[in-house]
Design a protein around this ligand. Structure first.
Ligand code: F0G
Length: 457
């Protein structure tokens, strides 16, 4: 497998003092960190970034304890600190970014505990890492701040991506801040309204492609190559460097006492790959003593990675994807090999959950006052399924990542709560009334009646 080839040649972290490099996982070619192409010039393979062990003031390598302290020092407080939850980990993300940094700022997202969610999953110690609390409402901001910074560093004249919606919203916002023209390719009719309107508002040239996400990704790669536009999909290794900080940050929030599991939704597999890379580095740098197991959760109508996992990763599966969780409606994930490495290294799991399970989990997450977009609910649905199957135990410490904000997909909310034809009865339909107190009282009385007819559990 190509990913293992890169593993044998490059350690997870380079010796102290070495400059960061980009290396090709397929053919072994090596490039300096300012090499402008996001893919290997020699073979077209995907690149991986390697950094040296961070050094102290005397150029000696720091140990895990000193590195943890430096991350804590860099947290928010000026003048040493950085308000970004990505850039305070700069020494393990992009050490030489200098003045080029394009930051909203992003990250520093909450790690929540809610009794309703613990009960639903069946795990006492459940935390939810809410990446929907990033500036454009998804975890993509963490990768995009680093990817856009690299675009500035290499002198890109324009940036582009294919997207199911969140990447395009993030790209549009960060490109606007950097003053770079942005071009996005999204599947026509398949992008949630919140994401599409964000992308338009931030000013990206938006192309609605007659095809699915996989068609968009092929098209943007050809267009970027032929038209000289800098590609900012998660194929780009710098995106993954930024997304690694979800893991660094949650480990820091848990006092560097690693959980037993980290559960995340999976589509194009950039995040699964980034999480695996973060955990490899956290272990190699002495930040953690043991490695959590990753659980990547796909929608059952878009589950090529789960099919490959079930086959012991002997074959790479591709499918025609279909799911109402449009963010992860992807049939041919680009970061397959990198994600195989992440799952193998962490003794992880890949599973799929049905759209009905995703919606059921979303109802619980929303009703807990937390909220998330449909794809994000796959992590809670997946954790629940793992408990049900006996793989995850009720005593395990589990972090489930919610990847996007509840308002990303208002269309599904309208259908869930106001469309009687939608699966399951409308949950919380709004009621139109006359402008009178008696009308309000009538609604409250009806609610009280229906509560009294519901038998206790
Ligand atoms: N959750 C959300 C909300 C997403 O937007 C995505 C991916 C994922 C999970 C899956 O992450 O692709 O790294 O496995 N969205 C991409 C996009 C594809 O274009 O916004 P992944």
């Amino acid at each position: 497998m190509s990913a293992s080839m890169s593993r044998s040649r490059w350690p997870d972290v380079l010796p102290v003092g070495r400059p960061s490099i980009q290396c090709c996982a397929s053919c072994g070619a090596e490039y300096p960190d300012l090499h402008a192409s996001p893919q290997c010039d020699a073979c077209g393979g995907l690149l991986e970034v390697r950094h040296a062990v961070p050094a102290d003031a005397f150029a000696a390598p720091v140990d895990g304890i000193a590195l943890r302290a430096s991350f804590a020092n860099h947290c928010c407080a000026r003048p040493v600190g950085h308000a970004s939850g990505v850039w305070r980990f700069q020494s393990v993300v992009m050490p030489t970014a200098g003045d080029a940094i394009v930051s909203w700022p992003e990250g520093n997202t909450a790690l929540l505990q809610r009794r309703a969610l613990s009960q639903y999953v069946g795990v006492d110690a459940l935390w939810v890492k809410h990446e929907g609390m990033n500036p454009t409402g998804s975890f993509k901001d963490r990768g995009m701040t680093v990817g856009t910074t690299q675009a500035v560093r290499v002198g890109a004249s324009a940036v582009a991506c294919a997207s199911t919606g969140n990447t395009s919203a993030a790209l549009a916002a960060y490109a606007a801040q950097a003053g770079l023209p942005a071009l996005v390719f999204v599947p026509a009719g398949q992008v949630a309204l919140g994401k599409l309107t964000q992308t338009l508002s931030y000013g990206a040239r938006t192309l609605l492609v007659r095809g699915d996400f996989d068609d968009c990704l092929r098209l943007v790669q050809d267009a970027a190559r032929e038209l000289g536009i800098y590609l900012l999909n998660s194929i780009n290794p710098w995106r993954l460097e930024g997304q690694k900080t979800i893991v660094f940050e949650l480990l820091q929030q848990l006092g560097w006492d690693a959980p037993d599991w980290i559960v995340l939704p999976a589509g194009n597999l950039g995040n699964t790959a980034a999480f695996g890379k973060a955990l490899r580095e956290a272990k190699a740098l002495g930040l953690i003593n043991r490695v959590p197991r990753l659980a990547s959760v796909q929608a059952s109508g878009a589950a090529p990675f789960a099919a490959s996992f079930a086959d012991g990763f002997r074959t790479r599966t591709r499918v025609q994807a279909e799911t109402l969780a449009t963010a992860i409606r992807i049939g041919d994930p680009a970061s397959h090999d990198r994600a195989v490495d992440a799952i193998t290294f962490t003794d992880g799991m890949v599973l799929s959950v049905t759209d009905a399970e995703i919606l059921a989990a979303k109802r619980v997450i929303d009703a807990a006052g937390v909220g998330c977009e449909p794809a994000s609910a796959a992590s809670i649905a997946g954790a629940r399924a793992l408990v049900h199957n006996g793989v995850m135990r009720s005593g395990d410490r589990v972090v489930a990542v919610l990847t996007g904000h509840v308002l990303k997909d208002p269309g599904i909310l309208v259908r869930m709560h106001q469309d009687a034809a939608f699966p399951e009865a409308p949950a919380n339909a709004p009621i139109e009334i006359d402008a009178s107190v008696s009308a309000v009282a009538a609604v409250l009385a009806a609610d009280a009646r229906s509560r009294s007819t519901v038998s206790p559990p």
